[in-house]
Ligand binder design. Structure first.
Ligand SMILES: CC(=O)SCCNC(=O)CCNC(=O)[C@H](O)C(C)(C)COP(=O)(O)OP(=O)(O)OC[C@H]1O[C@@H](n2cnc3c(N)ncnc32)[C@H](O)[C@@H]1OP(=O)(O)O
Length: 527
């Protein structure tokens, strides 16, 4: 079958940055731009609005310098305004070559915001396009509030389209600016335009205010849209835009008649990087990229996975560079626990498995999170066995915290027979503790794994002696490993989690540690 190609324009760095509270630095924008174009392989990216700020100007310049050297300059777009020379000069100075000109797509916006007649607006647009052309800038045009325009001033929308389709405009961009469309309207509105102007390129820009963005995108594609505007993690103004990862999965699985250039395996990586740089946490249940979406929690499901893959669908985690896991908690059954034990190479008798399952259910009932890395400790405790041998022991420590002085830590640690002591300062008590620990490991020529996430959970109720749970995520050879500590003192619970990580690494003689890291890595690839 001859597939219809759909262009993907990613606007994480423009509309995505309009998520309340988000501001990317220039180097963060550059990293995201590089990944989107080189690894995720979207067709184009929109990286800023013109005139916004000096910082934004420097970010655009950094990206256009890189894009010029690497042959991507035609894929870098900047949103501009109908403002005579102002946006064009800003763009030219920043090195960008493609503008997405923001014009009005509803009579309402035109009358009350710009206070112009259609004729005046078209004249202003024509002037800007002419100027852009003369300066070597190529032009796409947004019809802002187009969806509202189609509902309330369709005659104006078609007058604007009659005008724009006679201009040297490469693509016409149809935004559902307020995310108000239904799927059937998305289909009808886009189809009426594509049918009337068959030789022009139209792109659909969804917003997610009613949680309908992906459904609307599907209908826009069915109606004949030639391109889509998407963002990583569905970031964007208000409820955000259509998510890149979800849209790509939907196209792949439900729309065999179309194709895109996007590489599915890179979608999780870009999602995590945008999460880190934006500071906007991905909800754990966000399709494709959320922490828990490939985790089987219910015991019945884990059991079914063993029996002819009864709970598998096309949405396999490996497609997106991820792995399936089995949660440990109160809804776990034997099958969940067996799956986790298999990954760490432990086999238990049926009777022992029952005891361990019971303990995990009890912990889950008390709302405690059980990570796969906790299993050896739980087995040790429940079966009074030595499933885990604690070779690295934090013997003693003193942590100080005082007003106007830097926090400090003195730490004594033992690896088998050897005892080491170090002290250090830090930005907080745990940071001071980690700095002292790093000094000890540095003596062995070893760097500790990078801490990539640190989550503290305290049960509600306002008790100051409540147990506090700290879950730390470490990056070990490119894989996430979580360890957990539980204590009424928050720093102590973080230190417990750290000691578990040290024991996963093993006793640090330099050679030992490298091979142990390999081993841990291959274990966790299976988790
Ligand atoms: C659909 C979208 O999401 S579009 C996103 C557009 N991008 C942005 O808004 C980026 C962030 N914005 C900004 O940094 C600022 O608003 C700027 C730099 C663009 C303008 O700032 P200011 O000059 O202080 O103007 P302010 O923000 O108060 O108002 C916007 C002005 O733009 C005008 N305007 C609105 N749409 C357009 C347009 N398409 N073309 C030209 N001017 C426009 C408004 O009428 C208003 O003009 P007025 O002050 O003469 O009434």
């Amino acid at each position: 079958m001859n597939k219809r190609y759909i262009e993907i324009m990613d606007t994480t760095l423009r509309d995505g940055e309009q998520t309340s509270g988000v501001s990317f630095s220039a180097s963060e924008k550059l990293t995201i731009a590089q990944l989107l174009l080189q690894e995720v392989k979207v067709d184009r990216i929109e990286i800023a609005s013109a005139r916004v700020s000096e910082g934004e100007f420097q970010a655009v310049k950094k990206i256009t310098d890189w894009a010029n050297e690497n042959g991507f300059i035609d894929k870098i777009e900047v949103l501009t305004f109908v403002d005579g020379e102002a946006s064009i000069n800003w763009m030219l100075n920043s090195g960008a070559k493609v503008m997405n000109l923001l014009t009005k797509g509803s009579l309402n916006h035109l009358t009350f915001q710009l206070k112009k007649t259609p004729q005046q607006h078209f004249e202003d647009i024509e002037q800007v396009i002419e100027l852009a052309q003369s300066k070597g800038i190529s032009c796409n045009v947004y019809l802002e509030d187009w969806s509202n325009g189609m509902r309330t001033s369709r005659e104006y929308v078609f007058a604007a389209l009659d005008f724009l389709t006679k201009q040297p405009v490469k693509r016409i961009l149809l935004p559902d600016t307020l995310g108000i469309l239904t799927p059937s309207e998305s289909y009808e509105f886009v189809k009426s335009i594509v049918d009337r102007y068959p030789n022009h390129h139209f792109e659909f820009h969804a917003h997610n205010d009613y949680d309908l963005s992906i459904a609307n995108v599907m209908e826009a594609i069915r109606a004949g849209a030639h391109g889509l505007h998407l963002t990583v993690n569905g970031m964007g103004e208000r409820a955000g835009n259509a998510s890149l990862a979800s849209t790509i999965a939907v196209i792949k699985d439900f729309m065999p008649e179309v194709e895109t250039s996007v590489v599915e395996r890179s979608l999780y990586k870009i999602s995590k990087i945008v999460e880190t740089f934006s500071g906007i946490r991905i909800p754990s249940n966000r399709p494709i990229v959320g922490e828990s979406v490939f985790t089987q929690t219910a015991g019945i499901h884990a059991d079914g996975d063993k029996k002819n893959n009864l709970y598998f669908s096309n949405l396999m985690p490996e497609r997106f560079g991820r792995l399936r896991s089995y949660a440990l908690g109160k809804t776990s059954g034997k099958a969940n626990i067996e799956n986790n034990l298999k990954d760490i190479g432990i086999t238990l008798s049926d009777a022992d498995l029952k005891k361990v399952t019971q303990r995990i259910i009890e912990l889950g009932d008390r709302k405690e999170v059980v990570t796969p890395e906790d299993l050896p400790y739980i087995i040790s405790d429940v079966l009074d066995s030595s499933a885990i041998e604690e070779k690295v022991v934090i013997l003693n420590y003193v942590l100080t915290h005082s007003k106007n002085l830097k926090p400090s830590a003195t730490l004594q640690i033992t690896f088998g027979d050897e005892i080491y002591e170090e002290n250090a300062q830090g930005d907080g008590q745990y940071d001071a503790f980690m700095n002292a620990l790093k000094k000890i490991y540095a003596k062995k020529g070893i760097s500790l794994p990078m801490l990539t996430d640190y989550t503290v959970r305290i049960p509600p109720g306002g008790k100051t002696d409540a147990l506090c749970e700290t879950i730390i995520t470490w990056e070990i050879n490119g894989k996430d490993v979580k360890t957990r500590g539980l204590d009424s003192d928050q720093t102590v619970s973080a230190i417990q989690a750290t000691q578990k990580m040290l024991n996963l690494l093993g006793v640090p003689s330099a050679l030992d540690l490298n091979s142990k890291l390999e081993e841990v890595n291959s274990e966790f690839q299976k988790v």
